[in-house]
Design a protein around this ligand. Structure first.
Ligand code: DAH
Length: 334
């Protein structure tokens, strides 16, 4: 059976039209490759059509050959330009999805902060560690001995009044100051001693804007041969100026503590007012004797102060209760 040249021409024309419209609607490079294989591949539709060329008369073959080439080139051209377009679209989509808009608002990540009291303790401890001091701590439940007796505080001293101290049923008490750590440390160590001791203390005080039943103190103690009141003054001056500022006016006022002799209170001039910030003095020889030190050989100085009071002065906090209330609007300011 012979085949009409017009049949093959019609087949080629149909193939061209179908291929070109399929290429136009192809949405992906994978789909485009399928079409190429389907139309122009070795076993594709074009090869199949050309396979029937053998049935044509030899005179007709060149014409069909030429037409087949034309169809092939046209389809190939469409495939190429579609591939270029799809690749460009792919790059564009990638760029768009990866674009960083630097004008967008940032994402808020809540971050914890150091509590103002801990921050204050850290600062003070850092300063004294810088001056060669070691951190020492002691228990919050104390015996009468460490809290009072060994600190040269006689039984009839007002500091031992029932109103000031929380006594426990077993005869122990909650320490009223960090001075108890002085005794505990000296019992276990030989001079020279330089310690800084932060910790929680307890007083039977009525809570108000400047008093809390539980608060924090930092204690200092230095014992060595030949320490004098001048060493005490120089140390405290260095400390207070690092805390409050280099040109801070400081004054020492004579005072009384059972465990120091002489004793002083220190005031700083802060925002136009003299504010009392700590108590201090030369360690009383009786205290040195209590721990077995020879007061003829060793002298020393001690100081103690309230952390809350320092924080209130430095940060201008009007009410001590604010530092315990866990109100984030307050705490976030530090
Ligand atoms: N312990 C005293 C208090 O709680 C503060 C104090 C004063 C401590 C003088 C000292 C000192 O070490 O020498 O009020």
């Amino acid at each position: 059976m012979t085949i009409q040249i017009s049949d093959i021409e019609a087949q080629l024309e149909t193939l061209r039209q179908e291929a070109q419209s399929a290429i136009t609607t192809a949405g992906t490079l994978e789909r485009l490759e399928e079409l190429r294989v389907g139309y122009l591949g070795k076993k594709g539709q074009l090869s199949q059509v050309l396979g029937s060329m053998g049935k044509l008369s030899p005179a007709d073959r060149p014409r069909i050959g030429a037409m087949a080439n034309e169809v092939k080139e046209a389809v190939q051209t469409d495939l190429d330009s579609k591939r270029t377009a799809l690749q460009a679209a792919q790059i564009q989509a990638k760029l768009e999805s990866e674009t960083l808009d630097v004008t967008m608002p940032g994402v808020y990540r809540p971050q914890g902060r150091i509590h103002p009291l801990n921050g204050m303790i850290d600062r003070v401890v850092d300063i004294f560690v810088g001056l060669g001091y070691t951190v020492a701590t002691g228990p919050e439940m104390e015996s009468d001995y460490y809290n009072f007796e060994a600190l040269n505080t006689p039984p009839d001293h007002p500091a031992r009044d029932m109103q000031d101290t929380f006594y426990l049923p077993d005869g122990n008490l909650l320490r009223t100051h960090t001075s108890s750590v002085q005794i505990r440390y000296m019992e276990k160590h030989e001079p020279p001693i330089r310690i800084v001791s932060p910790g929680r203390v307890y007083r039977r005080d009525t809570v108000d804007a400047t008093h809390a039943a539980v608060f924090h103190q930092i204690e200092l103690l230095a014992i060595d041969e030949g320490l004098t009141f001048t060493d005490l003054k120089g140390t405290l001056k260095e400390f207070l100026q690092q805390m409050f500022g280099a040109d801070l006016p400081i004054r020492f006022r004579a005072s009384y503590f059972p465990f120091t002799e002489p004793s002083a209170e220190v005031d700083v001039q802060w925002q136009g007012k003299w504010l009392e910030v700590l108590g201090c003095g030369m360690v009383d020889p009786n205290v040195l004797k209590m721990v077995g030190y020879d007061p003829e050989k060793y002298t020393g100085f001690a100081a103690g102060f309230g952390v809350e009071r320092f924080a209130m002065v430095l940060h201008q906090i009007d009410d001590i209760r604010r530092v315990y209330n866990s109100d984030l609007r307050f705490l976030q300011q530090f």
